[in-house]
Design a protein around this ligand. Structure first.
Ligand code: AMP
Ligand code: ZN
Length: 114
């Protein structure tokens, strides 16, 4: 049984504010938001990092981007836009080792990030 916190959210063993779900993908509000809109999109299947993506998993990672756009629209970000970012390994700030994309918006976003 996966001890991963995001797998537990997928199995509804710990609560989350889910905004989108299908057979492959779950999207829920980040518990510690850095912007008015901060949603995490994850594959339901446990994949720790981008380096662990198997060939058969690839379609889900394409679909996540389309789902992100749909969720962003529902969150009112269609005009101003949003950022979709994923951290890979500790050096990039990855804390939870189940691939997740941060969908961030609702305020001015600077580039490059810190
Ligand atoms: P990262 O640093 O890219 O691994 O991001 C992990 C993100 O997961 C952080 O933004 C956390 O606030 C978020 N997070 C951790 N635990 C939970 C949880 N139980 N529910 C929602 N978001 C969480
Ligand atoms: Zn997991």
């Amino acid at each position: 049984m996966q001890e991963c916190i995001f797998c537990k959210i997928v199995r509804r063993e710990i609560p989350a504010d889910v905004v989108y779900e299908d057979d492959d993908i779950l999207a829920f509000k980040d518990i510690n938001p850095v912007a008015p809109v901060h949603i995490l999109l994850i594959p339901k299947k446990h994949v720790a990092t981008f380096f662990d993506i198997a060939a058969e998993d690839q379609p889900v990672f394409g679909k996540i981007q389309a789902v992100a756009a749909q969720v962003a629209k529902e969150q009112g970000l269609e005009e101003k836009g949003f950022r979709l970012v994923a951290n890979c390994l500790e050096g990039a700030g990855q804390v939870v080792f189940h691939i997740h994309y941060h969908l961030v918006g609702g305020r001015e976003l600077t580039w490059p990030p810190g």
